[in-house]
Ligand binder design. Structure first.
Ligand SMILES: [Zn+2]
Length: 95
């Protein structure tokens, strides 16, 4: 699957601050934005890569703006953990 990786991303930095986490990966479209983790370390973590690749797929499946809207709507309704797109990405980790 086609994807890009951006290290030291300001988008991921903002997300890291918001969720009080040190190492963050966040997918926007086809790009995986990283903060406080190098591309090499990220790629070594197979489960993490599978998780984020699932989000790349979701962007592709639902369309860019449509997915962002659905994702935020889910998060508002049920929170981050119960968000069905996160549940799907978590199950992709073990595939
Ligand atoms: Zn996720």
């Amino acid at each position: 699957m086609e994807f890009l990786i951006k290290e030291n991303s300001w988008i991921a930095k903002i997300a890291a601050r918001k969720i009080h986490s040190d190492n963050v990966a966040i997918v926007i479209g086809k790009t995986i934005h990283l903060y406080h983790v190098s591309k090499n370390d990220f790629l070594k973590n197979e489960k993490w890569v599978k998780h984020e690749m699932c989000h790349v797929n979701q962007f592709k499946k639902y369309g860019f703006f449509s997915f962002i809207f659905k994702y935020l709507w889910e998060s508002m309704k049920v929170g981050y953990y119960e968000n069905k797109f996160e549940a799907e990405a978590r199950s992709a980790e073990n595939e």
